[in-house]
Design a protein around this ligand. Structure first.
Ligand code: PXP
Length: 250
């Protein structure tokens, strides 16, 4: 097995703190407060997805995060002119381009890079020129990885949703096939010089095999942690995830 390429970073996605806040339309719970607690509990970065419909994170949340965080912000966004302008105004540490459909409950699949290569290459160029690390959220698929590399992305984030869904539904053969693809495609992307991240749907039960892939440098985890925080509190929930990641990496 390839030696691990360094400490595995944990990015905590705080979107669903905003979901709970928005259920009542007031100011609480505050995503920035959650982000600061997450930093203190060992998060290496904070991830937030400003969706076109603003169903969770708001523009004001992004302002507050840019102002108040001491760890890097990974700003998730769709490839639209509106989002590009917001990213260029804030210049966050990282911008992760995700597909977005208005009717979906969550980001269902990876981005179709191969078919949109020219458009995406032009889209990410100003973001890179502004100093943002551009990451592309894609399925564990060789065609998409090659296309992400060709358009000049520095990072890919592999979508772990299919693996996690198969695990949750007890489809063990599918789970193992998805996991194998994630491992092989992490190595392939790394061989092209891309930094590899992974995320979506990860839980205490599913995190370790992904964390064990030596080429994976960062995991972005949100929904499960925010849910677990109801029972354990946010800091212990994050600390346990951190412990499992470190154990898998050791
Ligand atoms: N990574 C990306 C690119 C995502 O879009 C999301 C969900 O917003 C996540 C990671 C985190 O997924 P989850 O909330 O299921 O942990």
């Amino acid at each position: 097995m390839t030696a691990s390429l360094g400490k595995l970073r944990l990015g905590v996605n705080i979107d669903h703190v905003a979901t709970v806040r928005n259920a009542r339309g007031g100011d609480t719970p505050d995503p920035l407060r959650a982000a600061i607690l997450a930093e203190q509990a060992g998060a290496d970065g904070i991830t937030a997805h400003l969706r076109e419909d603003r169903r969770h994170i708001s523009d004001a949340d992004i302002d507050a995060l840019m102002e108040g965080l001491t760890v890097p912000l990974n700003f998730e966004m769709a490839a639209t002119d509106e989002m590009q302008a917001i990213a260029l105004r804030h210049k966050p540490h990282a911008v992760c381009i995700v597909p977005e459909k208005r009717e979906e409950r969550t980001t269902e699949g990876g981005l179709e890079v191969a078919r949109e290569e020219n458009k995406l290459a032009h889209f990410i160029a100003p973001l890179r020129a502004a100093g943002c690390r551009v990451s592309i959220f894609i399925a564990a698929d060789k065609r998409q990885i090659e296309a992400a590399h060709r358009i000049g992305a520095e990072v890919i984030e592999l979508h772990t949703g299919a693996y996690c869904d198969a695990h949750a539904e007890g489809r063990l053969k599918d789970r193992d096939r998805e996991l194998k693809a994630l491992g092989e495609m992490s190595a392939f992307a790394h061989s092209l010089g891309l930094e590899v991240h992974a995320g979506h749907g990860l839980t205490y039960e599913t995190v370790k095999p992904v964390a064990a892939f030596p080429e994976v440098m960062e995991l972005n985890i949100g929904h499960f942690l925010i849910g677990e925080a109801i029972f354990l509190g946010l800091s212990p929930a994050i600390a346990e995830m951190r412990r499992l990641m470190d154990e898998a990496r050791a």
